[in-house]
Design a protein. Structure first.
Length: 71
């Protein structure tokens, strides 16, 4: 009984993994490509202190924007 349940669960997980992988591969290249030697779009961010920082105020300076997520 345990082996049958384990095997069916394994087959379901493997099928879902194949579905997800194929959908990720098919969506490659459909997004926006990085624009080299182009000006970044203007935007504003709010800092943790509540101050507003606009990209246009940093013109001429080296800016690194790091987006991170914790799942």
């Amino acid at each position: 009984m345990f082996k049958k349940t384990y095997l069916s669960s394994f087959i379901i997980v493997l099928s879902l993994q194949a579905l997800i992988t194929s959908s990720l591969k098919s969506s490659e290249g459909k997004g926006q490509q990085p624009q080299i030697d182009q000006t970044a779009p203007l935007f504003q961010l709010t800092s943790l202190d509540g101050d507003t920082l606009a990209l246009e105020t940093l013109r001429g300076k080296f800016v690194v924007i790091h987006f991170a997520a914790s799942w």
